[in-house]
Design a protein around this ligand. Structure first.
Ligand code: S3P
Length: 198
């Protein structure tokens, strides 16, 4: 099997963005972040979207962005912690790339998200209890789509990125970072027939 994309899933505070950036650098691939993409497209931050459109509105935008970003090749995509809630997202993530679940304990999540802003779901009296509730629902969904589960408690970003790289490097085509459009011709028979008939 040849890996064309890596998708990072997992709870808030698992380190998806930091690890994703490092991994993309190692692979020579592009790094993309679904939350960041939503903010770029709308021109406002995630909290503002939650405020104006509720979680439902945010999830619709997230679904559209994930559908788009997963059609690219040679990307490392960091997804928002709730992306796996939508079955359409689970399907495209599992079908279009290698999915890595960055697991973090609730204690670690609470510690790592303590100072961050822009996480509207944690604007509650007891953010730790909220993280616990979310994990109960989401952990089985993360596991359902994951090709690899990595525990990140107490790990450095570089160690986690290195571990993922070690697991996939034999399945990543050398030089995949420099994309050759001509290689598409060999991807499938229908594509080749289509191209040849023009
Ligand atoms: C969310 C996680 C956030 C962001 C939004 C909702 C969630 O992303 O998508 O605040 O439902 O867990 P991170 O996991 O990158 O913090």
């Amino acid at each position: 099997m040849s890996i064309i994309n890596v998708f990072l899933i997992g709870p808030m505070g698992a380190g998806k963005t930091a690890v994703g950036k490092q991994l993309a650098r190692r692979l020579g691939w592009e790094f993309v972040d679904s939350d960041r993409e939503i903010e770029d497209r709308t021109g406002v931050d995630i909290s503002f979207i939650f405020e104006k459109e509720g979680e439902e509105g945010f999830r619709q935008r997230e679904c559209k962005v994930i559908e788009d970003l997963t059609t690219r090749h040679n990307v490392v995509l960091a997804t928002g912690g709730g992306a796996v809630l939508d079955s359409a997202n689970r399907t495209v993530l599992a079908g279009r790339g290698y999915v890595v679940y960055l697991f973090a304990s609730v204690d670690q999540q609470a510690e790592r998200t303590r100072t961050g802003r822009n996480r509207p779901l944690l604007n509650t009296e007891d953010p730790r209890a909220r993280l616990e509730e979310l994990m109960e629902v989401r952990d089985p969904l993360y596991r359902q789509v994951a090709d690899l589960v990595l525990h990140t408690d107490g790990q450095r970003v570089t160690q986690v990125a290195e571990e993922i790289h070690r697991n996939i490097k034999d399945s990543v085509q050398p030089g995949a970072g420099s994309f050759d459009p001509l290689s598409l011709i060999h991807i499938s028979e229908p594509t080749r027939q289509y191209c040849q008939s023009r």
